[in-house]
Design a protein around this ligand. Structure first.
Ligand code: HEM
Length: 435
C-alpha cells in the first residue's frame, strides 16, 4: 500500500456546545456529516488545507471551529494547555462521580501533583526493565496456540490479550477476566474520545460501565489493604505513597487515577498494532526489511519500522481542545490567524506528521525519522503517560509477529482490518497467516 489509509475518528470528548432544540439536532447531524466526509477524504483534505488555509477558522451553528494542520501550529496549540484546554473533564466527571484526573486538567498544581505521584508509582526506567521483558514473555505465551494453527488475529486474539494481561499485572488490577475489563475499558474509551457530538445515548451506555469499573477498583483497593507488602505493582506503590502522606492519594483518588490508566492503556495498543500492520502488510519491501530486523533481534530497527508504519495509519486524526482565551496562532507569519475564545479546536497531529515543511519526504516510508517528527502519543503537557511503555511494548509485540515466516494477510474477510460496529474506531480483527 502506498497511500495513507483512512484512520479512525478522532479522540476528543467535550463535544461542541451547539444551539438548542431542532437547531441543535440539525447542527449535530450536519456536523457529523462533515466529520464523516472529512474522515473519508482526510489526507487529501489535510494536504489542501496545509497549503491553502493552514489555520482554518469557521463559524457554524453558533460556534467557532478551528482546524490547525501544519506541524509547527499543531505543536504551538498543544503547548498552550491553558489557552487550548483539553475537552475531557465533563466526561471524566461522569465516569468518576464528579471528580477529575490529570488528563482532564489545565496546567494547575493538581495536574503536576497527580502526574508526578503516578510517575513515582510507575517509574520511567521500568518500561525497559519490566514492561519490555514482560511483554515478550506474555506475547510468546499468547502466540503459542497460534503457532500450531499458522494464523493469528492481531487485534483481539493477540494484542488485546497481551496488553490486558501485561497492564493487569503491572497496575495490580487484572479485572474479573481479560474480556470483561478490556470490554469495559474499550467502551469507556469510546465514550471519552469518540463521542464527539455528546450523544446522550452514549452517556446512558457509559454510566453503568463506569459504575462497574469504580466498584471493581474500590473492591481491589480494599482487598489490597488487607494483603499489603506482597505485590510489586502500581496499586501497591500508590498505597505506599498514601502511607507516606503523599497528597492526592486518598483511596478515591487512587481509584480515579487507576481508572485513568486502565482506560488509557488497555484499548490503544490493540488499535495501533493492527492498524500499523494493515500498512506494513501491503508494503512488501518494508515488510521484508522489518522482518529481517525482527529476526536479527534488532529492536531499535523494529521500532523504526513500526512507528513509521503507524504514521500512515495513526490512532487519531488529531487532538481536540477548547479555546479559553483569544489567541493568535503562528503570530508574525503570513498565515497567522486568531482563534477566538470559545472555539472548538482540532490540532491535526495526523496532518502534522505529513507536513513536508518539517517532515522530509512525508509521503515516503522512511524508517529512522527522528522521534520529534512523530506525534503518535500527543505533544506538550498532556503527552501520553504511557509513552515510555508504548515505545517498548508496541515494537516487542510486533517483533514476535514479524519473526513469523511467510507472513501475509489471511485469505478472505479475516485478512481485512475490521473495525467495531459501535464506535467504528476499534480494530476487532486482522488475521495473518504464516508458515
Ligand atoms: C498505543 C498506545 C497509546 C497511544 C497511541 C496513546 C496516545 C495518547 C495520546 C495521544 C495522549 C494525549 C491526549 C491529549 O493530549 O489530548 C495520551 C495521554 C495519556 N495516556 Fe496514552 N496512549 C497509549 C497508551 C497509554 C498507556 C499504556 C497508558 C498508561 C500506562 C496511557 C495513559 C495515558 C494518560 C494517563 C494520558 C494523559 C496524560 C496527561 O494528561 O498528561 N496511554 N495518550
Amino acid at each position: 500500500m502506498t497511500t495513507p489509509r483512512r484512520g479512525p475518528p478522532g479522540r476528543g470528548a467535550g463535544a461542541p456546545q451547539h444551539g438548542q432544540g431542532s437547531t441543535m439536532a440539525e447542527t449535530r447531524s450536519t456536523g457529523a456529516k462533515i466529520f464523516d466526509w472529512l474522515k473519508s477524504k482526510m489526507d487529501t483534505a489535510f494536504l489542501i488545507l496545509r497549503n491553502t488555509l493552514p489555520i482554518l477558522v469557521v463559524r457554524f451553528g453558533g460556534r467557532t471551529y478551528a482546524l490547525v494542520t501544519r506541524f509547527d501550529d499543531v505543536q504551538e496549540v498543544l503547548q498552550r494547555p491553558n489557552v487550548f484546554n483539553v475537552t475531557y473533564a465533563p466526561k471524566i466527571a461522569v465516569i468518576m462521580q464528579g471528580d477529575n484526573i490529570f488528563l482532564g486538567m489545565r496546567d494547575e498544581p493538581d495536574f503536576t501533583r497527580d502526574k508526578t505521584t503516578m510517575r513515582m508509582a510507575a517509574p520511567r526506567a521500568e518500561a525497559v526493565a519490566r514492561v519490555k521483558p514482560e511483554t515478550a514473555r506474555i506475547t510468546a505465551e499468547v502466540m503459542q496456540p497460534a503457532l500450531q494453527r499458522g494464523r493469528v488475529d492481531l487485534a483481539m486474539e493477540l494484542t488485546q490479550e497481551v496488553t490486558t494481561r501485561l497492564f493487569g499485572a503491572y497496575f495490580g488490577t487484572p479485572g474479573a477476566s481479560v474480556k470483561e475489563i478490556s470490554d469495559q475499558a474499550r467502551s469507556l474509551f469510546g465514550y471519552m474520545f469518540a463521542d464527539l457530538f455528546d450523544d446522550p445515548d452514549r452517556k446512558t451506555a457509559a454510566e453503568p460501565v463506569a459504575e462497574a469499573m469504580r466498584c471493581y477498583l474500590e473492591a481491589a483497593i480494599a482487598a489490597r489493604k488487607k494483603d499489603r507488602g506482597r505485590h510489586d505493582d502500581i496499586l501497591e506503590r500508590c498505597l505506599q505513597l498514601q502511607d507516606g502522606g503523599a497528597p492526592g492519594m486518598s483511596d478515591r483518588q487512587i481509584r480515579n487515577n487507576l481508572i485513568g490508566l486502565i482506560v488509557g492503556a488497555l484499548p490503544q495498543p490493540p488499535m495501533v498494532i493492527p492498524q500499523l500492520f494493515d500498512v506494513l502488510l501491503d508494503r512488501k519491501k518494508e515488510l521484508a526489511e522489518a522482518q529481517a530486523a525482527a529476526r536479527a533481534d534488532d529492536d531499535a530497527a523494529v521500532s523504526r519500522y513500526v512507528f513509521e508504519a503507524s504514521r500512515f495509519f495513526p490512532l487519531t486524526p488529531g487532538l481536540f481542545r477548547n479555546c479559553e482565551e483569544s489567541y493568535r496562532v503562528a503570530a508574525g507569519t503570513l498565515r497567522a490567524r486568531t482563534i477566538p475564545k470559545g472555539a472548538f479546536v482540532m490540532a491535526a497531529t495526523r496532518s502534522a506528521m505529513f507536513d513536508g515543511r518539517r517532515v522530509a519526504n512525508p509521503r515516503r516510508f522512511v524508517p529512522g525519522r527522528p522521534d520529534y517528527q512523530y506525534m503518535h502519543f500527543g505533544y506538550g503537557m498532556h503527552e501520553c503517560f504511557g509513552l515510555y511503555m508504548n515505545r517498548v511494548m508496541i515494537p516487542e509485540i510486533c517483533k514476535a509477529v514479524l519473526k513469523l515466516p511467510d507472513l501475509r494477510r489471511a485469505r478472505g474477510a479475516d485478512g481485512t482490518l475490521r473495525m467495531d460496529e459501535d464506535f467504528g474506531i476499534f480494530p476487532m480483527n486482522l488475521t495473518v497467516e504464516f508458515g
